[in-house]
Design a protein around this ligand. Structure first.
Ligand SMILES: [Zn+2]
Length: 113
């Protein structure tokens, strides 16, 4: 499951940050997940709940921001909210575009103590 490896890399990243700051636990973790990041939310939360106990993130408050994906049309330059990878431009109906936001999963902030 793709979501499980995502959660594992988040735990790894969080542990590295916590150690680097001479802290012992994470109080809060804030994530940004793009609507086109390919993350299935239910699967992600399931993987999270299954993996977190016993790790540095066990008692951390989890905040998840969904980031609406945005694309720029390569034909007319219009920027628009994109729901599916092959949506067409609302201005000129071209489907060649560049998705510049919403394909990423980012660790935004980490509060450690
Ligand atoms: Zn266009």
């Amino acid at each position: 499951m793709h979501e499980l490896s995502l959660v594992h890399s988040i735990i790894k990243l969080a542990s590295q940050h916590t150690k680097a700051n001479n802290a012992t636990k994470v109080d809060q973790i804030e994530l940004e997940i793009g609507t086109l990041a390919g993350v299935e939310m239910d699967a992600f939360l399931f993987a999270w709940n299954a993996s977190i106990p016993g790790t540095i993130l066990e008692n951390a408050k989890r905040i998840i921001h969904k980031v609406q994906a945005k694309a720029r049309c390569k034909s007319c330059g219009t920027e628009f909210d994109i729901q599916e990878l092959y949506d067409v431009c609302p201005q000129c109906a071209n489907y060649v575009h560049h998705i510049f936001r919403g394909k990423e999963l980012k660790l935004k902030t980490l509060v450690v103590s």
